[in-house]
Design a protein around this ligand. Structure first.
Ligand SMILES: Cc1cc2nc3c(=O)[nH]c(=O)nc-3n(C[C@H](O)[C@H](O)[C@H](O)COP(=O)(O)OP(=O)(O)OC[C@H]3O[C@@H](n4cnc5c(N)ncnc54)[C@H](O)[C@@H]3O)c2cc1C
Length: 646
């Protein structure tokens, strides 16, 4: 074993959305990242452009939203449908909310700006935290050869300009290489095409002059002359997607192409009776795509893949970049918890299980939805029924499909199945205090959003977004409606604090070794880098005195909230954040939320040691018994920056 071979925690190949977001997370958390991309410069313009509502929340939670939104993305709130009318013209047949009310999204719109602007923000963040994306470098070989047992993966890299080569060793190799992946090919992992149909799309970004009234809306236009999708964009631009060929065409050719002039001519015909001309074209591409999923996302739990390497989608639903984001954060927190000594190595298996399931569901869904649409368009009554959530409308399969489609395309359909992290009735650990039947607290889904008042500064904040994505599990404690927060009056809360503080509890086991560490300004991780607590009390803000709460919560002073805001969705509720979490009785609850915002388990908050016992059982399912690597250094430096931006 040569001591000169550089060692890294991870080598990331590819600096598209998946590679960059992964690099952001791991660089912030202090990992040593080798990150390369084979292109000499980052994406300048074009390619993917849609950030869906759930992805906006994720970016917000990471402190990246404001920087991306500084580029003034277009915001799509409604989708307009246009269909053929007489004499070769088109007519608007309806408009829908792109993210209807029933989804309860913080940001009920799609933000549209080109991939390069998003990548720029991610690159800046990566660099701020000590990682450089090296270009133009490529990968020429790799092997999990365990020559160095701590850094079992050996990776061969080459500079494309100079042909200089480098060998490095790493704990992990992650391929974010996009649809044509060297690593996937070397591993012999097959892409399975869900649908034999391939499509060739012409994509054109530019500034147009037109009298088409919906040019600032997302539109699906069917006409006697073909179909087109209109997507408004940043800087007064508009994107047009035209399907140039599909394998159902008699003369289908996946390499079929079209010039800018041909696509413009087609667009002019489709948009009749409206005119359209181009002031400028910023980007044009012909983009052949099929719906495919990789059989495996890893073979040995050391070399992993994600993003377009593992799944490709038609651009219709705008999912490529968004699915890539989810892949990145799912892998990031799991790798982090394994490498920092918190969870067992076998938990990495859940990456493929969770992410492949979502990709499959998405593609199956997309196919079914497209088929339903090709039969007929929904009626206005059906759409209205779906949006307003009436019981009658529920019975209509079209409405059900519409709702499921909105959930999926907005990103709220990401619902992971039961596993070691997402507790269900199939889990080997069961306890009478587990909340198993709540329609609001469903394990594997995200926590419902709620507004609350932060006690220390009386700011109204988004509860679900208060704890930043920092790799820690979040314990959302809801005090319940039955007990006052006054000193000594909330026995269940005191018992919870006492149970967590006991030496040997799942919470104490992972406390910082250095108890004298200055955590005065750290409300997120005052005791442990693996846990954050947010306490919400059903009381008015002036009724809550932090010094009267059990001592454990004093260190979380910035994460204590009064549930005293009204919410239109639960107007009659005494405490709206409790009600939105389905907690309308006397009892409170502890909701464990995974680092990525998905609910892991919910436990009733009761007097005695039952609540901690139930939480203990859950965490024992995947945590290590010793706090091997619970370093005093805490999180990587980026966390302060995240906090500052929230
Ligand atoms: C030409 C083109 C047009 C597209 N148009 C659209 C669109 O209109 N709408 C839409 O929704 N999506 C579009 N996409 C897809 C969208 O860009 C992806 O879904 C999204 O970027 C997925 O992110 P990713 O990080 O997985 O992959 P990518 O964004 O593809 O990033 C992969 C990166 O890895 C690099 N790389 C590849 N191989 C190596 C290697 N061996 N060594 C080093 N680096 C490597 C690549 O250069 C690239 O920078 C388009 C993609 C392409 C390629």
């Amino acid at each position: 074993m040569s001591s000169e071979i550089p060692l890294y925690d991870i080598v990331i190949i590819g600096a598209g959305p998946v590679g960059l977001l992964l690099s952001v997370c791991l660089s912030r958390w202090g990992y040593k990242v080798k990150h390369i991309d084979n292109r000499p410069v980052p994406t300048a313009t074009g390619r993917a452009d849609g950030i869906q509502p759930r992805s906006i929340e994720i970016l917000k939670n990471m402190g990246l939203k404001s920087k991306i939104f500084a580029h003034h993305p277009a915001r799509v709130h409604e989708v307009a449908f246009w269909d053929p009318a007489s004499q070769g013209k088109i007519v608007r047949t309806g408009t829908w909310a792109s993210c209807p009310d029933f989804l309860d999204a913080r940001y009920p719109f799609t933000a549209l700006l080109h991939q390069g602007l998003i990548e720029r923000v991610l690159i800046e963040d990566v660099e701020k935290n000590g990682t450089t994306v090296q270009r133009p470098w490529t990968i020429t070989g790799f092997a999990t050869n365990h020559a160095n047992p701590d850094y079992p993966v050996e990776v061969e890299l080459k500079n494309i300009d100079s042909n200089v080569t480098e060998t490095v060793r790493a704990k992990y190799l992650y391929s974010g290489e996009g649809a044509r992946s060297f690593i996937r090919e070397q591993l012999g992992v097959q892409i399975r095409h869900k649908d034999p149909i391939s499509h060739v799309w012409g994509v054109m970004d530019g500034v147009v002059r037109t009298n088409f009234p919906d040019i600032k809306m997302k539109c699906t236009i069917h006409s006697d002359h073909g179909s087109i999708m209109v997507i408004p964009r940043e800087n007064n631009m508009v994107r047009l997607y035209i399907q140039i060929a599909s394998s159902t065409d008699p003369d289908f050719n996946p390499r079929k192409t079209a010039t800018v002039a041909e696509v413009q001519e087609a667009a002019k015909k489709i948009l009749q009776p409206y005119y359209v001309t181009w002031d400028r074209v910023e980007w044009y591409s012909v983009y052949p795509i099929g719906q495919g999923i990789a059989d495996k996302y890893t073979l040995d739990h050391r070399v992993f893949m994600g993003g377009d390497v593992c799944h490709t989608h038609s651009p219709k639903a705008g999912q490529g970049m968004n699915t890539a984001f989810h892949d990145a954060i799912n892998f990031a927190w799991k790798m982090h918890l394994v490498e920092s000594g918190f969870s067992n190595r076998n938990t990495l298996e859940t990456y493929e299980v969770e992410r492949k399931f979502i990709a499959e569901t998405l593609l199956n869904f997309d196919n079914k939805y497209a088929a339903l649409f090709s039969q007929r368009q929904p009626t206005a009554a059906e759409v209205s029924g779906a949006v307003h959530d009436s019981g009658e409308a529920e019975k209509n399969p079209f409405v059900e499909m519409f709702k499921a489609n909105c959930e999926f395309t907005s990103g709220f359909g990401v619902a992971y199945n039961g596993n070691i992290f997402n507790h269900t009735s199939e889990h080997s650990f069961q306890h009478p205090l587990l909340i198993t039947d709540s329609p609001k607290l469903r394990s594997g889904r995200i926590l419902p959003p709620a507004d609350v008042t932060r006690v220390v500064d009386a700011n109204v904040v988004h509860l679900e977004n208060e704890i930043p994505f920092n790799g820690a599990f979040r314990l959302f404690v809801y005090g319940g409606l039955g007990a006052s927060p006054k000193k000594g009056q909330h026995k269940a809360l005191s018992d919870l604090a006492a149970g967590l503080s006991k030496p040997g509890s799942f919470y104490s086991r992972f406390r910082y070794e250095n108890r004298t560490r200055d955590t005065h300004h750290d409300s997120d991780n005052p005791h442990s880098r693996f846990f954050s607590i947010a306490l919400t009390l059903a009381a008015k803000r002036p009724e809550i005195e932090i010094s009267e709460l059990p001592e454990l919560f004093h260190d979380y002073s910035g994460r204590i909230y009064a549930d005293d805001r009204r919410d239109l969705k639960v107007l009659d509720a005494k405490a709206s954040a409790h009600a939105k979490a389905g907690l309308t009785g006397e009892e409170g609850a502890v909701v464990v939320v995974r680092p990525d915002g998905h609910v892991g388990i919910a436990v009733r908050l009761v007097e005695g040691n039952g609540t901690v016992e139930a939480l203990e059982g859950y965490f024992n399912g995947f945590t290590t018994q010793s706090a091997r690597a619970t370093k005093d250094s805490g999180l990587g430096g980026g966390v302060d920056q995240v906090r500052a931006q929230l």
